[in-house]
Design a protein around this ligand. Sequence first.
Ligand SMILES: C[S@@+](CC[C@H](N)C(=O)[O-])C[C@H]1O[C@@H](n2cnc3c(N)ncnc32)[C@H](O)[C@@H]1O
Length: 264
Amino acid sequence: MHPTRRLERPEIAARLRASGCVFADEEARLLDEAADDAQTLVDLVERRAAGEPLEPLLGWVDFAGLRLRVGPGVFVPRQRTSVLAMEAGRLASSKSAPVVVDLCCGVGAIAAVIGATGAPHRLVAADLDPAAVELAAQNLAAYDGEAYVGDLYDALPRALEGRVDVLAVNAPYVPSAEIGGMPREAREYEPRHALDGGADGLELHRRVAGAARDWLAPGGHLLIESSTAQAECTEQLVRAIGLSTRIVSDDELGATVVIGVAPA
Ligand SMILES: C[S@@+](CC[C@H](N)C(=O)[O-])C[C@H]1O[C@@H](n2cnc3c(N)ncnc32)[C@H](O)[C@@H]1O
């Protein structure tokens, strides 16, 4: 049997372009760099050409200046979430020895950005999905972060009740009926539980806001990523638990973040 010939970058780019890939030259370079041997490169190119998302094939994603591990079957952090992460990082940095929680953490992108500020006294991330939590643990190791599996607050150490200074949340918020209209890479390759926010998209936001006061420290901040269409409803949920609120948005990144602060 002949050894597999290593594909040249122009060949890879042509194959990707033919399959509808927009950034074919750039992706050809990244896949070439990611593959240790010729056969692995062929496999990666064919999987990408068949529609698999790029980042899990590479094993990493660049997010807010950090390179984070990702893998197949978990949610790939979106660039818009860097707006929430940076706001949370700024708030954490403004507090003394803050306790920080990233709820619905996925691979821990938000927690990693906050951890990289050096501010957290304790950095905790939690998610329902064990595969995501395993990656979060790896991504947070450099910041002494802790990662737990479980349903929302059930995953958190009870000792944190009433002590969380920054509670950062990017929970699923796509209305169930809109999942079918999402890009194929999300619909087919990311788990439904990472996307589906229930009938109106706000099911998780209701549950997050409903119990947030039990966990926030006096003067603690709650940040929830939302959409332009849902932001007012998310804000009402946060205001209804007695927090003063504001909305931060970034049109370029398509980001909307509801920020609430608990009474001191
Ligand atoms: C939209 S993804 C965001 C992940 C991460 N925060 C980020 O920005 O990259 C939503 C995450 O919420 C998690 N999730 C969904 N329902 C949950 C629940 N009831 N408790 C904890 N995590 C949940 C999913 O597993 C998924 O990782």
